[in-house]
Write a protein that binds this ligand. Structure first.
Ligand code: PNW
Length: 429
């Protein structure tokens, strides 16, 4: 199948930015070991259980074969802390260790470079107890550090690109703060800022250590929407909103301090913490999905003309992708390497001929590459497979490959998969 017609609108294929695909452990693997805070959460609040997710645990070879056939040479996935130590702290499960060796060996044999996230939200339940209070407890910084050292030792020869923590903003807002809808649902204003603080310290300690002791790259994965000022006079509100979201996590690692708008709510970093933060990364991971308007009264709104996705928070707003990366470039005047670690959408209806997703990906790629920034090195589509979308269970599919949950988890590539295949082929030609 060929869809070259779609590519006429895409001079962006001359960009050197690579196209990869991303997933996370809990969302695709299945056959989990141990209990995570998400298993407890979906049970307690009657959300859909994780079950065997996309059955990737058994079908990874087929999945990576599809990725290879698409032409991708980069793949982002995460290690499940709870598969490594399912039941007790430092009680290591050899089967779990071996599973990730198998994944890595399989990828490397297919010439695919692994980008590995150490933490993508599935905290083992024994680290969220009255004794160790998850991301609200300073002890978590050392737990995360020791777990990470073990991962570097075990997989360091095979992995040269690491990411510490996925979307600390989402964890702090949705798991511990004002949006209050995700595990572990321990929400208060104080917890919102405390959980962010410890995630930043955990990232800093691990990133700083890695860069001093290992030969490879490491970064934090920060998610950011774009807030478009509705009028010229709303620009300061837009900047303030960007500071409160992107800046909450980006300022600490770039400058060693929180943005000034957050100083009343946050704990200052010590000198030693600052040094660690400033030397904790060699690239930035940015997850970007959507944009909103912000007006003079700080109201957030959307536009009736924006194409909607199945997720109530996600609109198709390609202009915002360009503006976000322009903003990072101009406001932070940074040219450190950036990987777009997630970008994608769930269609309202999700047929195999997923034209909305093709539109989303082609327009976002066009806008991003039109900037011609050399430091934007790669783009990982979210996601390789349909998967477990947290509180939405299996109802919101982000995959470029359909998973038939009723029919032995059969994989069927969607049109967007072939679109990316052609896109990569044309780029590499
Ligand atoms: C990210 N929001 O989560 C996660 O990294 C993925 O695991 C997830 O599947 C993907 O994006 C799609 O949702 C987000 O409400 C969840 O703004 C919610 C939001 C943003 C990102």
């Amino acid at each position: 199948m060929k869809y070259f017609a779609l590519l006429f609108a895409l001079p962006s294929v001359v960009s050197s930015m690579f196209i990869g695909a991303a997933t996370s452990s809990l969302q695709i693997e299945g056959h989990n070991k141990g209990i995570t805070i998400w298993d407890e959460f979906v049970y307690d609040y009657h959300y859909h259980p994780v079950c065997n997710a996309s059955n990737h645990f058994l079908q990874y070879d087929e999945d990576f074969e599809l990725l290879r056939e698409m032409g991708s040479k980069e793949y982002r996935f995460s290690i499940s802390w709870s598969r490594i130590m399912p039941f007790r702290w430092m009680e290591i499960d050899q089967e779990g260790i071996q599973f990730y060796h198998n994944l890595l060996d399989n990828l490397l044999a297919k010439n695919i470079t692994p980008f590995v996230t150490l933490y993508h939200w599935e905290l083992p339940h024994y680290l969220n107890t009255p004794e160790i209070n998850g991301w609200l407890d300073k002890k978590i910084v050392d737990y995360f550090f020791e777990y990470s050292l073990l991962m570097f030792e075990e997989y360091g020869d095979k992995v040269k690109y690491w990411m510490t923590i996925n979307e600390p903003l989402t964890t702090s807002l949705q798991g511990y703060g004002e949006t209050c809808s995700f595990a572990p649902l321990k929400c208060s204003r104080e917890n919102q800022f405390l959980s962010a603080h410890y995630q930043l310290l955990a990232h800093a300690k691990v990133g700083h250590y890695y860069l001093n002791h290992h030969d490879g790259e490491i970064g934090l994965v920060i998610n950011s929407n774009w807030f478009e000022p509705k009028t010229k006079s709303a620009i300061p509100n837009s900047v303030e909103m960007m500071d409160k979201t992107l800046g909450w996590f980006l300022n600490p690692i770039l400058f060693g301090s929180y943005p000034s708008i957050l100083l009343d709510d946050t704990i200052p970093f010590t000198e030693q913490e600052k040094i660690q933060l400033l030397n904790s990364y060699s690239f930035l991971g940015i997850n970007h999905y959507t944009s909103y308007y912000i007006d003079d009264e700080n109201n957030i709104s959307t536009d009736a003309n924006w194409l909607q996705s199945k997720a109530n928070w996600l609109y198709v707003t390609p202009f915002g992708a360009r503006k976000l990366f322009q903003y990072i470039h101009d406001y932070y005047t940074t040219t450190i390497p950036i990987y777009i670690t997630e970008c994608g959408m769930p269609q309202v209806k999700d047929p195999i001929l997923d034209l909305d997703r093709v539109h989303y990906l082609s327009s976002y790629l066009y806008e991003i590459t039109s900037l011609s920034y050399d430091n934007i090195k790669g783009f990982f589509v979210w996601s390789l497979l349909d998967n477990f979308e947290w509180t939405q269970g299996y109802n919101e599919s982000f995959g470029i490959i359909h998973v038939d949950y009723e029919n032995d988890y059969e994989r069927i590539p969607k049109l967007s998969y072939y679109f990316l295949k052609d896109y990569i082929q044309l780029k590499d030609a």
